[in-house]
Design a protein around this ligand. Structure first.
Ligand code: AMP
Length: 392
């Protein structure tokens, strides 16, 4: 055994086996072993995505039962946490995970704790049938591509009762319960507008990491502050897991793919690229024009936003799109605190959030988007990579 694996296994074991889970696991193991010995078709007793070997696991004991032999066999397990409504961005993370791990577990769980009380929990797209179809298709693709180490082995789709065994603590800011808070990084930017968001994310990720015990977890750069929060949680709580960040997958016009894009409808979808264009302008000010100061870099982004606002104002209510900028930020890559000037050797993160407001006057038969086209908050970012400064 590689010494690093030995250390990892040693670290993983005490967390997996508490006395109660050991009891539950042992009982189920006995049952499963008995049934798997009884007939060669016993594996069909497990719930699976039709026509695949992908197991559907709904409880933590069943997940642990599935996980344990891979730990003992030194087969690496990756976790890709999602809230479902899968799109090419999620699939790219699963592909990356299958390249470098023997088993990929995709979790699909819409975690209520990361939605504020007035947010879109009730209308959040839930597309189970399409999700499992996409996973089955991707798994066939992975099987045909010999360069992968593994495939999708399981989907973990728990209920809220399963994820919050002491009862769901609520979505309010002052809810009481077992929460993970990563401050101050979770208090700025997204955390300022959505004060319970990162508490919900960090808490559910801690639960998922403890339940799955993955060697690696895969997150998208699309939610860059989330990756910073999760990396900090892993570092500060000494979790034995590696955080891998996959590039943002975009539509042809640059809009970052997001499960929430379905709310936009055609009219707003066209204008929704404004944030990406603004961030690109800021990036160009930094990379191409050599600007380093905040006002110069963010000034370029704000110019793009103003120009698009002016264009839209010239249109009638039946044609125009309105949006509000929540923030456009230039922040430190580790603390997410705002920067006055970029230190080239440290780099920075350009990020932003805009709220696409509902269409004022719909045209006859106009496609307004999922749930009648409510206000949609979009986020995006560009990383200014650190590099060695060439001294004159
Ligand atoms: P969600 O289902 O929205 O919670 O996202 C699950 C994971 O997919 C997160 O790590 C996201 O950052 C990632 N993700 C979402 N959209 C994209 C995208 N366009 N490109 C790459 N990763 C993404």
């Amino acid at each position: 055994m590689h010494p690093a694996s030995a250390v990892r296994n040693f670290l993983l074991r005490p967390a997996i086996i508490t006395t109660s889970t050991l009891r539950a696991t042992t009982k189920t193991t006995t049952r499963t072993m008995a049934s798997s010995c009884s007939s060669s078709s016993s594996s069909s007793r497990y719930e699976k995505i039709p026509s695949t070997q992908i197991r559907i696991l709904r409880t933590v004991p069943s997940l642990r039962l599935f996980r344990r032999p891979h730990l003992l066999d030194h087969r690496s397990v990756a976790l890709v946490p999602t809230m479902g409504a899968l799109h090419a961005g999620h699939l790219s993370l699963i592909r990356a995970a299958a390249k470098e791990n023997h088993h990929v577990i995709v979790s699909i769980y819409v975690n209520p704790a990361q939605f504020g009380i007035s947010e879109d929990l009730d209308s959040y797209p839930q597309t189970w049938e399409s999700d499992i179809e996409q996973l089955a298709k991707l798994d066939r693709e992975l099987a045909d591509d010999g360069s992968n180490l593994g495939r999708i082995s399981a989907v973990f789709a728990p209920s809220t009762k399963e994820m919050y065994p002491s009862g769901f603590p609520g979505q309010e800011i002052d809810s009481k319960g077992s929460f993970v808070n990563i401050t101050p990084v979770a208090e700025v930017l997204e955390g300022k507008t959505r004060p319970t968001f990162f508490r919900g994310v960090a808490t559910v990720c801690m639960k998922l990491f403890n339940a799955v015990q993955p060697e690696k977890v895969y997150f998208g750069q699309k939610d860059v502050q989330q990756t910073v929060v999760i990396k900090k949680m892993v570092k500060d709580f000494m979790l034995p897991v590696e955080v891998v960040v996959g590039k943002t997958v975009r539509a042809e016009d640059g809009l970052a793919l997001s499960s929430r894009n379905v709310y936009l409808g055609q009219r707003r979808r066209k204008v929704a690229t404004v944030l990406w264009r603004a961030l690109r302008a800021a990036e160009a000010a930094y990379l191409e024009k050599g600007k380093r100061r905040r006002e110069e870099i963010l000034g370029a982004a704000k110019e793009v936003v103003k120009e698009v606002e002016r264009e839209q104002e010239r249109l009638s209510p039946k044609g125009r799109v309105r949006f509000e900028v929540d923030y456009i930020s230039l922040a430190d890559p580790e603390s997410m605190q705002e920067l006055e000037e970029v230190d080239v050797e440290r780099g920075g993160i350009l990020s932003g959030a805009i709220k696409m407001l509902p269409v004022e006057e719909p045209r006859e038969g106009e496609d307004l988007g999922h749930s009648g086209g409510p206000a949609v908050r979009l986020i995006d970012n560009i990383i200014l990579e650190p590099r060695e400064e060439v001294k004159a």
